[in-house]
Ligand binder design. Structure first.
Ligand code: RIB
Ligand code: CA
Length: 316
């Protein structure tokens, strides 16, 4: 983790999504981070909505200095599969919608990633993807020379001891674009993965949402509204008290890594089987003999996670 004076340079790639929204709010007022830009990808809802949602959320966070780019419309090979059934038609249902004043940047999000990395020093830029990995993989394919500039890729995706949340085998982000995930997992740069094994330990509940809703600022109120909506699906499907806060795990780890326990694992992606498309084969016990290519998060301190989230939302 960087010292208090040096801010970590970060590019966020996401598909808001209520949990992406909380991830953005956690990142955008963190003094530890220098968010160079936000790139939208097709995922929870189509790109036209995820890029609009990114602009709404960046503006609501008071960070109109952070540029927002639209990346790829959909996966590299598969057809786009979206999740309005969970996130609502807008993708961030639960928020009071407004037309953002900040414009979408003209440059394509993949080109923004490439150009920013090309200008950076080696090991300088942290990539934080919390949607399908299409934009990251396309940048690596279009400009392999950017690899040494990537300090680490801190992503939300995959599942191992937990079943999938789209099929019995696969988690949404990896399922939507398994080919992109395969390219990223083989890229050779440091990867930190937050899959369902750890995000399902971080379910919200009415008390957590209440603690956020009583904070006296519009970002907290918007967060409570979105979490309230987001929790309804899991409450109905699993009789849970709320929803799993997947995407904020990435930023929470950058801010307070001790919240999580990670293990070096080899992670491979299923790209050919119809039945198990997008499965993450996480070699947790080292039985394949393959060198680990990721740090796999497997435990989280729930109280510290929600304490950090609530504390940071209170600062808006
Ligand atoms: O499976 C959960 C992931 O898929 C989260 O990133 C959620 O926002 C969706 O993108
Ligand atoms: Ca997401």
């Amino acid at each position: 983790m960087s010292n208090s004076t040096h801010r970590l340079s970060v590019i966020i790639d996401c598909d808001p999504g209520q949990d992406d929204a909380l991830m953005l709010f956690l990142a955008l007022n963190a003094p530890e981070l220098d968010v160079l830009g936000v790139v939208a990808c097709g995922g929870n809802v189509p790109l036209a909505r995820t890029e609009l949602n990114c602009r709404i959320l960046v503006e609501m966070a008071g960070r109109t200095d952070v540029p927002v780019y639209a990346g790829c419309v959909g996966p590299m090979v598969e057809q786009l599969f979206t999740a309005e059934y969970l996130h609502g038609e807008t993708g961030i249902d639960g928020i009071d919608f407004f037309e953002p004043s900040i414009p979408k940047q003209d440059m394509h999000g993949v080109d923004f990633i490439i150009e920013t990395l090309r200008k950076a020093e080696d090991d300088e830029i942290t990539l934080v993807p919390t949607g399908p990995l299409t934009n990251i993989a396309m940048a690596l394919r279009k400009a392999p020379d950017i690899l040494p500039k990537i300090k680490q890729i801190v992503l939300m995706g995959g599942a191992s001891f937990e079943a999938g949340n789209v099929t019995p085998s696969a988690e949404f982000n990896i399922y939507v674009d398994p080919h992109a995930a395969d390219i990223v997992m083989r890229c050779g740069r440091p990867i930190v993965m937050f899959g369902l094994d750890v995000t399902h330990q971080l379910m919200t509940n009415p008390c957590i949402v209440e603690n956020i809703s009583v904070l006296d600022n519009k970002v907290a109120h918007a967060s409570a509204g979105m979490l309230d909506f987001f929790g309804q699906y899991d409450a109905a499907k699993y009789s849970a008290e709320g929803g799993p806060l997947h995407d904020p795990c990435t930023i929470a780890w950058l801010l307070e890594p001790e919240i999580f326990e990670l293990k070096p694992c080899h992670v491979a992606i299923e790209t050919t089987s119809e039945l198990t498309r997008g499965h993450t084969a996480v070699d947790f016990w080292g039985v394949t003999g393959n060198e680990p290519n990721a740090l796999w998060a497997h435990e989280a301190n729930r109280d510290r996670f929600f304490g950090l989230l609530t504390e940071r939302l209170a600062l808006y």
